[in-house]
Design a protein around this ligand. Structure first.
Ligand SMILES: NC(=O)c1ccc[n+]([C@@H]2O[C@H](COP(=O)([O-])OP(=O)(O)OC[C@H]3O[C@@H](n4cnc5c(N)ncnc54)[C@H](O)[C@@H]3O)[C@@H](O)[C@H]2O)c1
Length: 431
């Protein structure tokens, strides 16, 4: 097995979050608490998981972080952008995810994280009214300002490398248009203020132009457009998205393979959620919900392959609802009613009620993603990183390939990629 040449993680790693809201502050505070030894990063593969190396009889399961050259948590420096001026401590208080007791463990560090002014356009997030927003005559100049922000952050903090991760609100649904299809059309569109170029595209363009890995935690197109795939190849930059796979969709990508593996049929899947945080408020707008809905709906069809199994999956009624319900705050409740059928078509039902915590589930994904994206950059990987599909509801993939949604296949792919990076044999479980 030829070893991928991975540069050492020397120096500091800057992490810039676009959006300093519930997910971002829970991620940042949790990472700072962990590195002080005051909390356990539950849910993080990079920090907790082991990976088999070698043959089964060797019984060798080191921690991933002990064999893969990941950045150390002590070398991370945080920054970000938001449309509100609140520092990360104030924003975390507002989000009401972590207790005051936990936030106070890292209060000074959080207060020091003051968001930079955002690129924002009300047309793309109807429910928010930003007050801490950049202005410029063209979208091109806004992108230049974001590049300057990144360069200044590097200078001021002395970080050697940077990763950008979108933890901002879900933007309204924007179909892929001509302006997204080539880099030339996109750059022309930036200069001419094309209305289909969203703020998230502008951050992504700025980061990827500088060779900085960009991850997309929301379902917006952002880096999933041909113009950006092309730019990422040109600048040797890893990109990945879309939409963190945390609660209900994670369950779907576990339960659907179960049905299919056992050749059980499916006639309907109704999913509904109540959610009371700012994300829920944004998703209450039909335009933003549509983006989310597209992302949530693709999963079942992709896994069940109705074209191959018309008797089992040819007529599935799939519905997804998100209801904004303020009393629940970040503590989302997701119900699933699954109508399945077995031997000779006899019907059965499965009900799932997941009382989860949105940002508690998303924070470890952010940590893993930024560390893996930084690793990918040091390994010389560029373009779409589909080995990171494990983390996303709508995994980006090469246009010539189909997406892989099954959580456990995604996990095998992730670990085999890591094995290959460190010169170990990949594992096919035939030994
Ligand atoms: N389990 C999860 O929490 C989960 C799962 C999948 C996806 N997501 C997505 O992650 C994103 C963040 O979720 P959240 O709960 O933190 O939401 P949030 O509303 O608490 O935080 C989003 C932040 O982004 C800011 N923002 C909006 N537009 C911006 C822009 N153009 N530039 C900079 N900042 C901007 C908002 O002011 C807000 O502070 C959402 O898009 C959500 O759909 C979350």
């Amino acid at each position: 097995m030829t070893k991928v040449q991975v540069k050492e993680a020397n120096g500091k790693l800057g992490i810039l979050t676009v959006g300093v809201g519930a997910v971002a502050t829970t991620f940042i505070a949790g990472t700072l608490i962990t590195r002080k030894g005051l909390g356990i990063p539950v849910g993080s593969i990079t920090q907790l998981a082991t990976m088999r190396i070698g043959k089964r009889e060797e019984n060798n399961f080191p921690k991933i972080k002990d064999v893969v050259p990941l950045a150390d948590l002590n070398d991370i420096v945080f920054g970000g952008w938001d449309i509100f001026e609140d520092n990360a401590y104030e924003a975390a208080k507002h989000a009401e995810v972590l207790t005051n007791e936990d936030l106070d463990k890292v209060k000074d560090e959080l207060i020091a994280i003051k968001p930079m002014k955002a690129v924002f356009d009300q047309e793309f997030v109807k429910r928010l009214h930003g007050t801490w927003v950049k202005s410029a005559p063209t979208k091109w100049e806004l992108a230049e300002q974001v590049k300057e922000d990144i360069q200044n952050f590097k200078k001021e903090t002395g970080v050697d490398r940077v990763v950008v991760i979108w933890c901002g609100s879900t933007e309204v649904f924007t179909p892929l248009g001509e302006v997204h299809k080539t880099l030339a059309a996109f750059e022309k569109g930036l200069k001419e203020n094309h209305p289909a170029i969203a703020p998230s595209n502008i951050y992504a363009y700025a980061a990827v132009s500088l060779g900085i890995p960009y991850l997309n935690g929301a379902p917006n197109l952002t880096v999933d457009i041909p113009a950006m795939w092309d730019l990422a190849q040109k600048t040797q930059t890893p990109i990945a998205g879309k939409d963190f796979k945390t609660g209900q969709t994670m369950l779907k990508t576990v339960l659907s393979p179960m049905l299919k593996t056992r050749m059980l049929g499916l006639s309907g899947w109704f999913s509904t959620n109540i959610l009371g945080n700012r994300d829920g408020e944004v998703l209450d707008d039909p335009g933003s919900f549509k983006t989310k809905e597209e992302s949530k709906l693709s999963v079942i069809d992709n896994i069940l392959q109705p074209e191959l199994y018309p008797d089992l999956y040819g007529n599935v009624y799939h519905k997804v609802r998100i209801n904004y319900y303020p009393p629940r705050k970040d503590n989302k409740e997701g119900w699933d009613n699954i109508d399945l059928f077995g031997w000779l078509g006899y019907p059965m039902q499965l009900k799932v009620d997941f009382l989860c915590r949105d940002s508690i589930l998303a924070a470890p994904l952010c940590l893993d993603l930024v560390l893996f994206a930084d690793l990918a950059k040091r390994a010389g990987f560029s373009g779409i990183q589909d080995w990171l599909s494990f983390y996303f509801k709508s995994p980006m993939h090469e246009p010539s390939k189909i997406a892989e949604h099954d959580l456990f296949i995604q996990y095998v792919k992730l670990k085999n990629t890591l094995r290959r990076m460190i010169g170990e044999e990949t594992i096919d479980y035939l030994d």
